[in-house]
Design a protein around this ligand. Sequence first.
Ligand SMILES: [Ca+2]
Length: 434
Amino acid sequence: MNSLSTVCAAMIAGATLLPAAELKIALKPVAEGLTQPLTYTQLPGGTGLVVDQPGYVWRIDPDGTRPTEPILNLTDRLSPINHGAFDERGVLDLALHPDFESNRRVYITYTAPRRASAPEDWDCTLRLSEFRLPARQPLVIDPTSERILLEIDQPFSNHNSGRMAFGPDGLLHLSVGDGGNANDQGKRPESGNGQNLRTLLGKIVRIDVNKPGAGTAYSIPADNPFVTGGAGLPEIYAYGLRNVWGLSFDRGGTHELFAADVGQNLLEEVDIITKGGNYGWSLKEASVAFDAKTPNKPPGTVPTTGARGESLIDPILQYRHPGAKKDPEAFGISITGGYVYRGKALPELIGQYIFGDWSRNWGMPLGVVLAAQRPTETGARWTVTPVQVEQPQNFGAYITGFGQDRDGELYVLTNASNGLTPGKGRVWKIIPVQ
Ligand SMILES: [Ca+2]
C-alpha cells in the first residue's frame, strides 16, 4: 500500500460512524470568532473568562456579550507561534485562586521565549504567572501585575501541557508535558523525562502559591512525596505522564484529581492522580508496554514497577486510535480532558466524567464528546460511552477543551480547523436536547 492510500484508508476509518450513542446533548453557542479556545471559567457573578491560545483572555459578560477588547493581551510575552498552522504553544490555561473573591488573583500558563539559562537548541520556556484582576471597571487583568512563579524550559515546541487545578487543599496542581518531539525522546541531557525525577517535564507538580519558599516564588507543601529523601524534585506530586490535556478535581464525591493524558500512537487514557503515583510513561503507554524504538508494536512483557520498585498505576480508562479496521472502541487520536458532571441540567450525566477527543482524524474536524461511568467493581475500568451532539447538527469541530461554570454546568471548546486560524474557535454550553 502506498502512502497516499494508507492516508485514505486511515481517513475513511476515522470517518466511520461511532456506535449508537445512548446519551444525547445539545450545544448552545456562548462565544464565536475565536481562534483556539483552551479554557473557559467563570468569575463570581457569572462573567465568563476564555483563554484563546494565540495570546488573549476574553471576557463574556453575563448577558452573553464579548467586549471588543480582550481582558488581557499577552501576545508580546509569548514565544513565537505559527499563526495559521498547528501549534501547541501560546497561552495554555487560566485558573482562579481559591480565594479569588478576596484577593483577585488569577494564574496563567503560557510559553514564553526561551530564557537565557536554557540550552540554545531548546524551544521555549513554559511560564506560570500570577496576575491581578481588580474589581474596578472596566474589568481588565492588570498586565503589570505579573509575578512569575515558575519557569520550565521546553526542549521542543510540543507537549507543554501547562494545565492547572487548585485542589481542596488550596494547592496549585500543574501538569507539565514530557518536553515533546515524540516517544519521550527529548534533547540533552537525556531522554525518558516521564520517569526522570530530576526534571519537572512529564510530571504533575504541586506548589503553594500563597507564600514564597527558599529561593522560589512559591513554597513546597510539606507532604509532597519527594520533600525528603532526595529521590526527586520536591515540586513533583505525580509522574510518568506524557502530555496531560485536561486536569480537574471532582467538585463532588471525594474530590479526586482527573488527568487526561494524550497517548503516543496507540492509546489515549484518563488517570486518577494520587500523591507520589507513577503513571507509567514511557515505560508504558496506558496499560501496554512501550519501547521508543518500536512505538507501534508494544513489547510483550509489560513492566509493573518503576526504577525504585514502585508500582506503575494503570489508567481508569483507555481507548484505541481509529485504524484501518472498524473498531467501536477507537474513539479518537488525542484525548481532551473534562470534568465530573455535578450540574443540574442533565441529571443522566451526574457523576460521569465528561470529556472528549480532539478528533477521530488529524485532517478532519471529527471531535467526539464522551462520558465515562464509574465501575461498580473495585479496580475495574470505567465504561466509556459516546455522547451524541444532537444540536447543532453536523457539529464538525476539533475539541480543544472543556470548561465548568459556577453551577457545575459544562462547556465544550472547539476549533473548526486543526491550526491557529482566526475565526474558527467557539465556546458552547452543554444543555439538554430541546
Ligand atoms: Ca499512563
